[in-house]
Design a protein around this ligand. Structure first.
Ligand code: 0GY
Length: 310
């Protein structure tokens, strides 16, 4: 390969591409609604995927993300660094910079990050870092390195986003509760939805939020957690029903500490690719009043990502 030719990436076998023609949701998000969890992938020819990545996705760039935002009736995005880009934040930063102020970013950084690099990320619109604990997505990072990073980003007013499996919460508890910032948990801590909401696994997560007022949760990714799956193609729009009680419980118990996101372009789904319009129609099933919807989609993400406007 000539030095200046872009690298050609081959998708992970079985990779499911994002839905090209999502339906128009029936639910109309309140004005100013924020999709607080989504990603961009490359495009690889412009922003190469990281050598240490665990998967190679399809390209999913900023134009497609912002077209989806408009189609779904949202106003803003929080673009979360995906593991396929490692700690090279250029694709995410480029997307945020080209949003006209309508996106913020969550980065991945290593211990070696300089203060100047952190300041540049802040100027671009980054407001948090993500620590990922899923073994299928990342190699292990020592906890002292993560704590050091958390201490460095805290003075910038940033928060830490954490992604883990529910079964791993006991061993991560002390680490999470030692973090000096707001801590945002991805996808409700990934509960096993075969277990009851009142069961020990989910209630452990609820206890984390109850005892630690700095812990927030994204009530996102029903398509990842659901066993009942999307509805049959019969016009029904209340998909992923088995996840509803978990998300609704968190929204009703911690109305000021919940966020929602599409998770577009939905990395690593194996069985089906969601219709993003259906995902939006999940919202009124979990946030059942206009006030709960306003907090979930507008007030809470604005407080965290655009505090200067609130
Ligand atoms: C998600 C979920 C996943 C992937 C990533 O950064 C990532 O690669 O977050 C997953 O595979 O469960 O939130 O996008």
């Amino acid at each position: 390969m000539a030095e200046d030719s872009p690298e050609i990436f081959t998708k992970t076998p079985g990779w499911l591409d994002w839905c090209p023609d999502p339906s128009k949701p029936r639910f109309v998000p309140p004005p100013g609604a924020v999709d607080a969890h989504c990603h961009v992938f490359g495009p690889g020819a412009e922003f190469p995927y990281a050598p240490q990545r665990k998967y190679t996705p399809c390209d999913a760039g900023k134009q497609q993300l912002y077209a989806l935002r408009d189609h779904l009736g949202f106003a803003r995005n929080v673009v979360v660094q995906a593991t396929c880009h490692g700690a090279d934040n250029r694709a995410m930063v480029d997307a945020v910079r080209h949003s006209g102020g309508r996106a913020r970013g969550v980065a991945t950084v290593r211990r070696a990050v300089t203060d100047l690099e952190l300041e540049d990320l802040h100027a671009a619109g980054v407001r948090g870092v993500r620590f990922n604990f899923l073994k299928r997505l990342v190699d292990f990072t020592p906890r002292d390195e993560l704590l050091e990073i958390a201490a460095r980003i805290a003075p910038l007013g940033w928060h830490v986003v954490v992604y883990f499996e529910a079964v791993d919460l006991p061993q991560l508890w002390d680490f999470f509760t030692a973090l000096p910032t707001t801590v945002v948990v991805d996808h409700m801590g990934r509960p096993d939805v075969r277990e009851p909401v009142a069961g020990p696994q989910f209630q452990r997560f609820v206890r984390l939020m109850r005892e630690h007022a700095n812990v927030w949760s994204k009530v996102s990714c029903p398509e990842r957690l659901s066993l009942s799956g999307p509805p049959a193609l019969n016009g029904e729009r209340n998909a992923y029903r088995d996840v509803v009680p978990f998300a609704r419980y968190l929204i009703e118990t911690f109305p000021e500490r919940v966020l929602w996101g599409t998770d577009w372009p939905h990395p690593n789904l194996k069985n089906h690719m969601p219709d993003d319009g259906l995902l939006v129609d999940f919202i009124p099933h979990i946030a059942v009043t206009a006030e709960a919807q306003r907090r979930l989609l507008v007030a809470n993400p604005m407080r965290l990502y655009w505090p200067e406007e609130t």
